[in-house]
Design a protein around this ligand. Sequence first.
Ligand code: HEM
Length: 467
Amino acid sequence: MVLSNRLLSTVAQLGLVAGSAYAEKEYIWPNAQTDLLESMLYEQQGFGSANSPATFIVPCDKVTFGTGRNGAAEWLRTAYHDMATADVDAGTGGIDASIGFEVNRDENVGIGFNETLMNLIAFMTPRSSMADLIALGALFAANGCSNGSIEIPYRAGRVDATGPGPSGVPRPEQPLDEHISSFKKQGFTPQEMIGLVACGHTLGGVHGVDFPEIVDVVNDPRCQDLLERMINTVPKGVTLTDPIQPIPVKPLRLFATINTNGTMTMSGYIRPCLISDNFPAFASGHVMYGNPPLTFWTYPFSTVIPLAQGVSGFDVEVVDNVNGVINSTLYTNGGNGFPFDDTIVTQPKLSCSEVTSEGRMDLSVAIRDDSKLDTLKAIVHVPEPLLSLTPSVGSIPLDFTKVGPIEGSGYTLYNASIVTGVIPFNFPNNQAGSYIRTYDLIASNSTHTEEREFNMMDGLNSCPGIF
Ligand code: HEM
């Protein structure tokens, strides 16, 4: 088996310009810490946006959260109340999702905190902590409600608390000197305190008809800095990543289907990052805030590879046709290609998944015989329990059954099935009814183990019988 094949895939022949402003820098795909959050941050509309909480609140107030209520305001306020008990000198508190353990305190009155957490829990995975989601939600709120003028750089890496923090969210009835010392503890001067409160209170129930004179403050550039510092306040020991940038060329939903004629069909999508003044008019476009607006176009590919050759990675060639002038750019992911390992491969056509009927997932996975791996299990990750306010991701073990060899291929097929439940129909403000479920594959024999971590459901068939 030759594993050094570099598959060259021509993905685009369109009159668009590959994003030179976002040219390939040091980023090497994949990056476990930031890839999913990059999609959540930028893929706010269109194909793939079901994986982003942006679908709830971007643009501002998109979803009706109830009469007189504004989801974006609730998400921003939740972030502040999570952060407000920080003690920056001691290095404790900040955005750590401890709010989930604190919603019954009378300093956290209102249904908004519960609903924010219940909205966001559907997006929790081992690679998207509730604390990172709370920060992302505040970023979406500020961006969407300022018509895009507030663009807070998004850093990842927040860690969820495992219990409640101290109390101390400021209350309206407290005297000014107590507010000043509380904000000092949070890392803000009295002047910054006034600014942060003003920026926050331009959204939701405390602005509008009663206070029209403060409505536009969220558009003030000072809000960007203050809100950025708010979401980046984290306990000591937590290190945030550099701001997440759009990935110039991102592969998605990669699969290798093992055929019975001595070939495999490698398929997937390539998402080059292109600069365009126009919002895409078809479903495969992705849009984010920004000036100029950044648009992702997603190109499916499928190619047949002899099994005797195999595949270990691929390069991506983007071909632009601008007014008849053809330009070609080869993306090599830092020189070594985009890696793809064909040893342990989920079979998409034989697998299925749904998260709205009973939460069923049937998995068929092929393992290459020359790897000598003969046992397969999975760890399935779901936000757990789905109605809990306390942030956690569950890990459910799943054993596979060996089905037998795939004829003439040198691969053996393994099957497993699991039902992980659904978000109840009356889940507050749950528009899609879905949640993100991921799985790790762990193949082993008596001497060694190989893992394929963090596989997503995207690209699997829908299980039959869903409504
Ligand atoms: C001295 C500090 C603060 C006090 C005393 C305070 C108090 C309040 C009160 C009493 C409400 C109304 C709640 C209701 O409608 O039932 C409110 C709403 C709100 N607060 Fe604050 N707040 C403070 C700081 C902040 C900060 C720093 C932010 C964000 C940066 C913020 C964001 C919000 C938002 C967005 C709402 C509207 C929520 C909605 O309509 O659902 N607050 N705040």
